[in-house]
Design a protein around this ligand. Structure first.
Ligand code: AMP
Ligand code: MG
Length: 400
């Protein structure tokens, strides 16, 4: 039996970075950026007014008397920059407009009263130079790299790419990921199962995790527990999918055909059985053209946990996605786990006195997928320990 650490390393050593493809910005959410994005202009590109009000010349305030200014026009957002030459003139201005040439102060609308084209500034108003003016280039300069290669494109990254004029982006190719359930007891979700059957849920939960990661396109299918049908199915899927995820049929039961069938179709096995709970029967191999093949145990919790712990990180590497920090969170209460196995323990994050801490929600068994509904993810308890003290910080893997 291989350790979690060795299993993980073996997988990463057998996956390589996929090529990139071009994607329109509107479809790039959650994809992996494969080139740096730099700004084609200063940010902001002009002295931007940050308040509705008036823009004036500070010299108008030198005398200290109440200031009354003649409004000579409107500098609206999107209008060409106007010029202010006379000391006691001003422009009405809008948030987002260019600061008029010659103006150096902005007085918010709340601080003025307007009548007959004159603006009187309230006596209480304190002039602060530069206030309400977002200076050209003060955020970033033209040419600066704003987004490095290898990041996941979320809303804030899409905002930056849009503002820098990237109508298209180079992103990691989104591979087709076969997600195959196995088992004669499983029926489609639109069927009413007979008393000895259940609906297949794993394929859908793994597909959901995959879709929210943005790392692949799920392609769902099913194998019945028949050795030759499993072999035929595998031969077909090896020709069509870039990544293969199977669940169920990988343990020691009489009808667990996958280990032998995978060997028969030329999948090279790199390991079978990992010192972990849940998910001990996990098998990893590579197909004839190097496709990674993840055969996950069928128990819903085992399949989902292994998918998060191994398959998603492998897909991240294939996408060229930069390794993200694995957060460590402290235990809210002591916890014991005696077997010499790495334990992936479902947890709920709570607010403690010093910050976030995790409350264990051990699953009754790895078939209890309803038991993790109130959990946020799982922590990884190392195989070496048996008693884990309150406050011990442990790696946390969030559910996708
Ligand atoms: P196996 O790994 O095939 O021995 O399956 C272990 C357990 O997981 C059995 O109780 C199966 O019925 C269940 N199981 C296997 N595949 C699925 C699936 N796709 N959805 C829900 N339960 C499953
Ligand atoms: Mg089965």
């Amino acid at each position: 039996m291989i350790s979690v650490k060795d299993a993980f390393e073996t997988i990463l050593n057998h996956v390589t970075v996929l090529p990139y493809e071009t994607c329109v910005l509107g479809k790039a959410t959650s994809r992996t950026l494969r080139h740096p994005v730099s700004t084609d202009h200063d940010l902001p590109p002009y002295n931007r007014i940050m308040m509705d009000g008036i823009a004036a010349r500070s010299e108008a305030f030198i005398g200290g008397d109440q200031v009354r200014l003649k409004i000579i026009g409107l500098q609206s957002a999107g209008s060409l920059r106007k010029e202010l030459t006379n000391t006691f003139d001003c422009f009405e201005v809008a948030t987002g407009a260019v600061l008029p040439l010659g103006a150096d102060v902005v007085i918010p609308v709340e601080e003025i009263s307007i009548s007959e084209n004159y603006a009187t500034v309230s006596e209480a108003f304190k002039l602060t130079p530069g206030r309400y003016i977002h200076r050209k280039g003060s955020d970033r300069s033209k040419g600066e790299v704003l987004l490095p290669e290898g990041i996941r494109l979320g809303a804030k990254e899409i905002a930056v790419a849009a503002s820098c004029g990237y109508n298209e982006l180079k992103v990691a190719a989104c591979p087709s990921v076969a997600i195959i359930s196995t088992g004669d007891e499983l029926v489609d979700i639109d069927k009413v199962p007979m008393p000895h059957q259940i609906r297949r849920s794993n394929s859908h939960s793994l597909a959901a995790a995959l879709l929210s990661s943005g790392l692949g396109i799920p392609n769902l299918s099913h194998f019945v527990d028949d050795a030759s049908k499993v072999r035929d199915g595998l031969l077909h899927v090896l020709q069509t999918a870039q990544i293969i995820t199977l669940c169920g049929g990988v343990s020691k039961g009489r009808l667990d055909h996958l280990p032998r069938a995978l060997e028969a179709v030329g999948v090279i096995k790199h390991f079978h059985w990992v010192a972990q709970r849940p998910g001990k029967p996990f098998l990893f191999g590579t197909g004839p053209s190097g496709q990674p093949v993840f055969a996950l145990p069928g128990n819903p919790l085992s399949a989902l946990t292994c998918f998060h712990r191994y398959v998603i990180p492998a897909l991240e590497k294939m996408a060229g996605r930069k390794h993200k920090l694995i957060m460590k969170l402290p235990l809210q209460e002591p916890y014991s786990f005696k077997p010499q196995l790495t334990n992936f323990l479902p947890i709920e994050i709570n607010n403690g006195v010093l910050g976030s801490e995790v409350k264990p929600h051990p699953a009754g068994n790895s078939g209890d997928f309803a038991g993790i509904l109130n959990t946020d993810g799982f922590i990884e308890l190392p195989a070496e320990g048996t008693d884990y003290r309150k406050g011990l910080t442990l790696p946390f893997w969030p559910w996708l």
